[in-house]
Write a protein that binds this ligand. Structure first.
Ligand code: PLP
Length: 408
């Protein structure tokens, strides 16, 4: 076969689109395991409980009834209505079904929202470190990514001073993700009021990625959409992957201004036609049925977070904040890198994978590191058993101690 360079060439925008490194790491772990290596994986952000039975039953029933045809791009009426009721209840704001757009996962809504709202050259403020898709899509659309940074000392809350400098009349959209992937931080009500003030002052849209809102480990969740005057300029984005262990079902939704919803649905018409119909009926069962498995998961996550943080904090050169939500811990490993003579967290993550048999994701997987950034971090997903958390962190400790001893 001739090489790609000898063929007519690719579009320039191909180089703008980054990857979601959790998927790259998953492939590497699978490959190493196939070669017989024993790997403890803290890589992929996926709950470790099974999709609850009543959700599976509802989807099976839909298949038995052959609910297998195209549906409306904006989502099935019964699911849009269940979502409108749920969001009205949880956010304390009136939401009508015509404000809801259902999609195959929350991820496509990041693209639809930005495609509908942001022109090339306009600025988008986004969490960095943050979910990698935000920066990828901003660049793909030719917009300008403006990072929103966090204060580690404050449990990864918003750095208000930096945010005030980042938002300006060219800002079209502010993306929030609370609880945050990868830091486990959460925006306080004060942070949200501050951000809402900026959004109103500069007349910006807000995309509030609330995919971890049901997984709160400390404190209480608040949404910017619940603040006065914010519902109309906010797109709430959520989904079923993380709260109901439905990552492979591909089901998410956005709640937005009723005149914006048809524009996002039109993007869906052109890209996917519609979201899988029997999956959507599983979604109705998820929202209307018992919530006990999600609640049990949260209780387990609190215990896992406590153990993981305590264990990591006993390793010299590692410091870890307790996460407030989601299922990640984000230890600062600057001291460990220095002890081992490693340049950065990328080198540490590679050494942990190949020499200690532990898969973690370095900070660079969560947006381009900022100029002058010196602190090093890795993300561990704690959506895995306590035994594996203990074993994996023990391997990290033994590796860091052994490698430091050899160096000294
Ligand atoms: N937003 C954040 C912050 C995430 O961490 C993820 C998944 O990891 C998503 C969105 C995408 O979720 P979905 O599986 O619904 O596409």
């Amino acid at each position: 076969m001739v090489g790609l360079t000898e063929l007519p060439g690719l579009a320039k925008r191909c180089s703008a689109l980054g990857s979601d490194s959790a998927f790259d790491l998953l492939a590497q772990v699978t490959q190493l395991r196939a070669e017989g290596r024993d790997i403890v994986s803290f890589g992929i952000g996926e709950p470790d409980f099974l999709t609850p039975e009543h959700i599976v039953t509802a989807a099976k029933r839909a298949l038995d009834e052959r609910q297998t045809r195209y549906g409306p791009s904006e989502g099935l009426p019964e699911l849009r209505s269940a979502i409108a009721q749920e969001v009205s209840r949880t956010h304390g704001i009136p939401v009508q079904p015509n404000q809801v757009v259902v999609a195959p996962g929350a991820k496509p809504l990041i693209f639809y929202t930005m495609a509908a709202l942001v022109n090339a050259g306009e600025e988008v403020v986004y969490p960095n470190p943050g979910f990698p898709t935000y920066e990828s899509v901003i660049r793909w659309l030719g917009a300008k990514p403006v990072p929103m940074t966090f204060n580690e000392a404050d449990g990864f809350g918003c750095d208000r001073g930096a945010l005030e400098r980042a938002v300006n009349p060219r800002t079209k959209l502010i993306i929030l993700n609370s609880p945050n992937n990868p830091t486990g931080g959460m925006l306080s009500l004060g942070d949200l009021e501050f951000i809402a003030g900026l959004a109103r002052r500069y007349n910006c849209w807000v995309l509030s990625d609330e995919i971890y809102a049901k997984l709160i480990l400390q404190g209480a969740f608040a949404s910017i959409a619940s603040l006065p005057g914010m519902a109309e300029r906010t797109i709430i984005m959520d989904g079923f992957s993380k709260s109901y262990a439905m990552t492979g079902w591909r089901l998410g939704y956005g709640v937005m201004h009723p005149e914006l919803a048809p524009l996002l649905a039109r993007a869906e018409t052109n890209l996917e036609s519609c979201t899988c119909t029997f999956t959507q009926l599983g979604g109705v069962a998820a929202l209307s049925g018992p919530q006990d498995e999600t609640e049990r998961f949260v209780v387990e996550l609190r215990e896992r977070a406590r153990e993981a943080v305590d264990a990591l904090n006993t390793i010299p050169g590692i410091h870890c904040e307790t996460p407030r939500g989601a299922f990640y811990v984000f230890p600062n490993v600057t001291g460990a890198c220095a002890r081992l003579g490693l340049k950065d967290a990328d080198e540490l993550a590679a050494a942990l994978l190949h020499e200690a048999g532990v898969a973690v994701l370095p900070r660079s997987c969560f947006g381009t590191p900022l100029a002058g950034e010196t602190e090093q971090y890795v993300r561990l997903s704690i959506a895995t058993s306590l035994e594996l958390i203990r074993e994996g962190i023990d391997r990290i400790r033994r590796f860091v101690d052994r490698a430091a001893m050899l160096k000294e």
